[in-house]
Design a protein around this ligand. Structure first.
Ligand SMILES: [Zn+2]
Length: 195
């Protein structure tokens, strides 16, 4: 295998490269990409470079006449249906939108949403492990780099009972779902992600 070219942040068609997810079975770099339709896919470096893969599969579906997936404006890659993106939007609303029912517990008590992009948020927190939701490590802190994690309900309750500033040991603070396997296919649909 040659030197891995850093493709983070590059755009291939509808795919925005988020981060490297290990190697494919044939020892090529595998990249986690966000498709503009909201799906997340893992694509090999070769498929990106050769422009063989330019979407999660939605492009081919559309070309085949299946327009089930609506796309936003050109160049927009923000996911609209991944649990990660939904969590990002909801947290932003809790802090910034006084009309949100939970605003009083967040924005209303000074909690700020300090991520400036979904990309920044995602590279900080990674894929959401099953059974977890977005949590702040310091319950009185902001949504910001270093203070977010995916946590189970039990972990979050323990966190709330903790005296201020005391960090509770957490088993789910690993940045990315450890069970995510290396794949050899050029792309897998988001829904096929292992649970
Ligand atoms: Zn797509």
């Amino acid at each position: 295998m040659g030197k891995v070219v850093d493709r983070t942040g590059l755009v291939y068609g509808r795919l925005y490269v988020i981060l490297q997810m290990g190697l494919t079975k044939d020892r090529k770099a595998a990249w986690l990409c966000q498709c503009s339709c909201g799906n997340t896919v893992i694509v090999s470096a070769g498929s990106l470079r050769s422009e063989l893969t330019q979407s999660c599969g939605c492009l081919q579906k559309e070309r085949a006449g299946d327009c089930a997936t609506k796309h936003g404006m050109a160049g927009a890659w923000k996911g609209r249906s991944t649990p990660e993106y939904t969590a990002y939007c909801n947290a932003q609303a809790r802090c910034n939108n006084p009309k949100c029912d939970k605003y009083k517990y967040y924005g209303g008590r000074g909690i700020k949403f300090l991520f400036t992009s979904f990309e920044q948020f995602f590279s900080e927190i990674g894929l959401r492990p099953k059974g977890t939701t977005l949590d702040r490590i310091n319950n009185n802190g902001n949504y910001e780099p270093g203070n977010v994690r995916w946590a189970t309900k039990a972990q979050q309750n323990a966190n709330k009972r903790a005296p201020n500033g005391r960090k509770i040991p957490d088993v789910l603070s690993t940045p990315y779902a450890p069970e995510l396997p290396v794949v050899s296919s050029t792309s897998i649909p988001y829904t096929a992600r292992p649970q």
